[in-house]
Ligand binder design. Sequence first.
Ligand SMILES: Cc1cc2nc3c(=O)[nH]c(=O)nc-3n(C[C@H](O)[C@H](O)[C@H](O)COP(=O)(O)OP(=O)(O)OC[C@H]3O[C@@H](n4cnc5c(N)ncnc54)[C@H](O)[C@@H]3O)c2cc1C
Length: 471
Amino acid sequence: MTALDVIVIGAGVAGVSAAIEAAGRGARVAVVDAAPGVGGTASGAGGGTCIAGTPLQARLGIEDSVDLALEDWLRWGGDTVDVEWAERYLRAGVPLFFDRLGEAGVRWISVHPHEGNRVPRWHRPDGGGLGVMALLEARARALPGIDWRLGHRVRELVTAGGRITGVRAAHGERDVELSAAAVVVASGGFNNSSELVAEHAGPAAGAERILLGGGRGARGEGHRMLQRVGAQFTQLDAVWMYPYATPDYRHEAEGRGLAIRGVEGEIWVNDQGARFHDESLRGGATGTAALLAQPNGRGWSVLDARIASRMVIADPDYTRGNDPIRARVEEFLRDSPYVVSGATPTELAARMGVDPVQLRAAIADMNAAIDAGLDRDPEHGKPLAGLPRLDEAPFTAVRLHPMARKNLGGVRTDLDGRVLDPDDRPIPGLYAAGEVAGMAGGRINGAAALEGTAFGPSLFSGIVAGRTVSD
Ligand SMILES: Cc1cc2nc3c(=O)[nH]c(=O)nc-3n(C[C@H](O)[C@H](O)[C@H](O)COP(=O)(O)OP(=O)(O)OC[C@H]3O[C@@H](n4cnc5c(N)ncnc54)[C@H](O)[C@@H]3O)c2cc1C
């Protein structure tokens, strides 16, 4: 067996970035992933990235800077932001994402506004996360010195003489042991583990049900391995959830959610049939908080036929590339037990089991505000420009639950990616990057995340760890 310098657990954006950095500097690296392919969560994700002061923003006339972005980041994330990691990430932004990834073929095609940012700075890459991961994989595969161990599930970290010396993995029926001077854990978050989500997010949220929405490989196995060797964790209860998801009824046992998009003009009501929020504020800090404040921490999205006809379900089963598969969306609206409809608001209220007087009032008030040409609805301040009336039968309601998407907390590392023990001492031979490390350092975002601050910081912390282990 060839001697290894580095073992990377996880072939997602953090792990592949660490491997490129380490192998590019001459290290012999094994990348070990339980999945049969490379890419991890990012392959099914947007890849949207928070970058400040870019040439694309300048071309669009958007004035931005690292200092402005850092102010927004700190205001949004609160006291627990890891300020040093956040600042380093933002300062690395343009050289890393435009210059270096630009050379690898990554193109940033548009910039979008998101809650908490004073200017638009969420950059969309061509081809989404899948496109970026394909380019990173091509770059990694072109480097000598990377041994790809796909289909290998790491069960534990091996320790000897007070340091981490390798991993034990299962490959089909076989057990495989690999040794190296350094192990980088880049195993992603835990938002595809109902057990871990219930343990950490459940008590914090107090919701009746939390749907799973992390990547398929985000089962928290790396967290458990790190816990067993005495690593320090922070903010595991900071699970970033979105409010616009409904159970994936075709795979009920998996507990996953389907994200509902494209339904501008919908109203959200609670189990009494009362509206409770400005539905244009759909983020983890706003929309989710409002949903969780409702009885049972759940609600309904109420639509009419016109709005329902534009629904997009952001899931690979319901889309081809970026285009929705209409027949599938219609099947969902017809067959999901979490969807009800009625010819009138009164009939709909009966099927939902909510107070018909409240539901009729919620719909009528919204239509009256639109008819009056108001800028915002008087009750919750939702901007009304361009929104349709809710008046085309049949009326539909989709059950909403919070969906756990990203882990804002994780294992603590120093600024070089070394995993720390509870006394802040590095555990020899052990490094971590990406979502298992709250994207970077343990909690780069603090308690709330500006959008686009998971993929980019995971990539950045992967590079940092890859550099440290090959120095
Ligand atoms: C649908 C969706 C959309 C998103 N969109 C965005 C976005 O637009 N912008 C943004 O900033 N963030 C977004 N995110 C979050 C972002 O994609 C992730 O935070 C990021 O990709 C995490 O990267 P990672 O490398 O740390 O982990 P992952 O990509 O999850 O990779 C971890 C890898 O480790 C492997 N692994 C786990 N356990 C083991 C084990 N025991 N043995 C071997 N291998 C193991 C897994 O199979 C997996 O391949 C989105 C997430 C989702 C789910």
